[in-house]
Design a protein around this ligand. Structure first.
Ligand SMILES: C[S@@+](CC[C@H](N)C(=O)[O-])C[C@H]1O[C@@H](n2cnc3c(N)ncnc32)[C@H](O)[C@@H]1O
Length: 311
């Protein structure tokens, strides 16, 4: 989950601080930096300089002698709903903070963060950021997965953002999202509104009983070390119907240009996460009785979708 292309670290830090301090919101339909400073109790010079940077980054626009929110600025303010740019900015800021602890991690300390944990608000924001990142990719993945057999049931492991589940449902699959109970609790209303069934649990321990006609593992295996991730693939294979489809979407090492950098993100943001190569994923499928069929590049090779069929 790297920050959006086009957002550099300065934009992420400036916009995230403007969100957290209330500066962005305070500009509203049009205010001067002095008015915003006095309304928020923040430093006038700081608000003037940050306001100018936010204008440069198209979160604000000038309206006479005032600055007002643009559509991008308003989008950023919706932190927990929909496919949130604001959530993506805060996740980017969190990633930068985690990277600043890299020397401690290199010295043998624990990862700075666990991206799958946190309170309700943090989980909700993580889900909104995931939706923001995956919204363009999900329909492509659904098209590659293809249509279901009559009444075909699909289990989406780690699917709480709902983006892929919605796209699969639009192709005719009966989708069940399986995710951590606390994460599902944070987005229950959204998933229900999308018409997706849910089951809470821990995929490192057990999966809902099958047989499923398809199982989708999207950007979840990289959260774990190789033995945990391969065991999860084995568990998924076991829950698949004969002839059922397994789909693994990941940044695959050696194929996705961002994969090596993304592994550093996993190093500082998860207790044991890692990235793996296409060959590794193919091997895990094969040893579980799933024949790898083909790999599709998504997002100009940023992600790969590996499809296999249970023998
Ligand atoms: C990086 S997000 C990917 C979300 C979505 N599949 C996508 O591709 O946009 C990882 C998801 O896996 C879930 N997850 C993490 N650990 C899990 C576990 N042990 N069991 C089930 N789900 C888990 C997280 O809550 C989160 O929804």
């Amino acid at each position: 989950m790297p920050p959006e292309a086009g957002q550099d670290w300065r934009e992420i830090l400036v916009a995230a601080a403007a969100l957290r301090t209330g500066v962005l919101e305070a500009f509203g339909e049009g205010s001067s930096p002095t008015q915003v400073a006095s309304r928020t109790g923040l430093d006038a010079r700081g608000v003037r300089i940050v306001g100018r940077a936010l204008q440069e980054q198209a979160y604000l626009e000038s309206r006479g002698d005032r600055l007002a929110l643009t559509a991008k600025g308003r989008e950023a303010l919706h932190l927990e709903e929909g496919a949130g740019l604001g959530a993506d900015l805060l996740l980017g800021e969190r990633a930068i903070r985690n990277h600043l602890a890299l020397d401690e991690v290199l010295a043998g300390g624990p990862s700075r963060d666990d991206v799958s944990s946190g309170g309700l608000e943090q989980r909700r924001r993580f889900m909104a950021a995931m939706r923001h990142i995956s919204t363009p990719r999900a329909p492509v993945a659904a098209k590659e997965l293809g249509s279901p057999p009559p009444g075909g049931r699909l289990l989406d492991i780690g699917g709480a953002p709902g983006t892929y589940g919605s796209a699969f449902a639009a192709s005719g699959w009966k989708v069940t999202v399986f995710d951590l109970p606390d994460t599902l609790a944070a987005v229950a209303g959204d998933l229900a509104a999308r018409g997706l069934s849910t089951i809470g649990g821990d995929a490192t321990e057990a999966l809902p009983e099958g047989p499923w006609d398809a199982i989708y593992l999207g950007n979840v295996l990289h959260l774990f070390d190789a033995s945990t991730a391969s065991a999860m693939v084995g568990r998924a294979a076991h829950a698949l119907a004969d002839g059922g489809v397994m789909a693994i979407q990941e940044m695959m090492l050696g194929r996705a240009p961002q994969a090596a950098n993304f592994a550093v993100m996993m190093l500082v943001s998860t207790p044991t996460g890692e990235v793996y190569s296409e060959q590794t994923y193919r091997g895990w499928m094969r040893q579980s009785g799933v024949e790898p069929l083909r790999v599709v590049d998504l997002d100009e090779r940023e992600h790969q979708l590996l499809l296999g069929r249970r023998r």
